[in-house]
Design a protein around this ligand. Structure first.
Ligand SMILES: Cc1ncc(COP(=O)(O)O)c(C=O)c1O
Length: 308
């Protein structure tokens, strides 16, 4: 308990990690593609960010070692790479820890949705593997709701006081009334029961979305397999303008997020993040129908503009 610092969510935990562990200009690793809320923090703190490509095993640590072995910290989403969705393999977890040990660097583990796992056994957290080098960030945004604004940092014991100090400088502490309610909710077993219930519910919604997509997907689109969280990733045919497609979808009442802007270095692949947590069967099916219609429209426009 003395290593747990309550935050207003992972966003604040990322910012605090940057303030406590790093100084302006320090080199750091971030995944490519990455969560825009993270890259905004790294830019804001004036850090020198090296974007490390992800592949089927998650962050390519070997590439990080080539690009910038002296980085002071690595920011990763090991249990469910954001936005693509693969977990960081055990070999890569070990390689990342070996690098952090050797260079006395830090690993910041953004574990935003590992409670929502639908199949298979999860890998052990990075924090569990090397508590002395890992700053773990947890949140209640996914399992409860994001406007609650409650999350937590688990800091290595020698850093706990520094993190608590950084938290106090920002806005002293999160509202205690909400913390008391949540603590009682956890203590009385409701949170666990709630997670069990939504895991079943979201697994159903995920299956509905997947089957609606599989039935209707135009050629060149594919779904990235992932069995965790509240979204799936739909890859689009090369050359598709995913930003424009997301804007068109929004005008039609469907909120999806474009993937290509989340890339920095490697060629950006177009895709859309499709959330399924908050929608009923009919809503999901209707949204897929509309999305496919927009995709076909977009395809037609692209081919009309292509030279013969
Ligand atoms: C990868 C990732 N990290 C961090 C966050 C921020 O979460 P919070 O609401 O706890 O600040 C999110 C929210 O969607 C996320 O997807």
């Amino acid at each position: 308990p003395e290593q747990v610092i309550v935050t207003s969510g992972t966003q604040q935990g990322l910012y605090m990690a940057g303030r406590v562990l790093l100084s302006r200009g320090d080199p750091v690793w971030a995944e490519d593609p990455a969560y825009p809320g993270l890259t905004a923090v790294l830019d804001d703190l004036g850090l020198s960010t090296h974007r490390i490509p992800v592949d089927a095993q998650g962050m390519n640590v070997e590439r990080g070692l080539e690009l910038c072995p002296q980085a002071r910290a690595a920011f990763v989403t090991p249990s469910h790479q954001y936005p693509i969705g693969m977990p960081l393999s055990m070999a890569r977890r070990n390689a990342l820890i070996a690098w952090a040990d050797q260079h006395r660097a830090w690993i910041v583990e953004d574990d935003y949705d590992s409670e929502l796992r639908y199949a298979g056994h999860p890998f052990p957290s990075m924090q569990g593997l090397r508590p002395s080098r890992v700053i773990y960030l947890g949140t209640f945004s996914k399992v409860l709701f994001p406007s609650l604004r409650l999350g937590y940092v688990i800091a290595p014991a020698p850093l706990a006081e520094a993190f608590a100090g950084a938290r106090a400088i920002l806005d002293r502490h999160s509202p205690t009334s909400e913390q008391h309610v949540l603590a009682a909710y956890m203590k009385e077993g409701y949170l666990e029961a709630h997670i069990r219930r939504i895991r079943g519910l979201y697994a159903e919604r995920r299956a509905i979305l997947l089957s609606a997509l599989e039935r209707a997907l135009p050629e060149g689109c594919c779904i990235e397999p992932s069995d965790q969280g509240m979204h799936i990733l739909l890859w689009l045919p090369e050359g598709t303008d995913d930003v424009q497609l997301a804007a068109r979808a929004l005008s039609a009442g469907i909120a999806v997020r474009a993937i290509s802007p989340m890339y920095a270095g490697q060629p950006a692949r177009p895709g859309l993040m499709l959330g399924f947590g908050g929608f009923l069967q009919d809503e999901l099916q209707a949204a897929v129908g509309e999305l496919v219609r927009l995709l076909r429209l977009c395809e037609r426009r692209t081919s009309e503009h292509m030279p013969p």
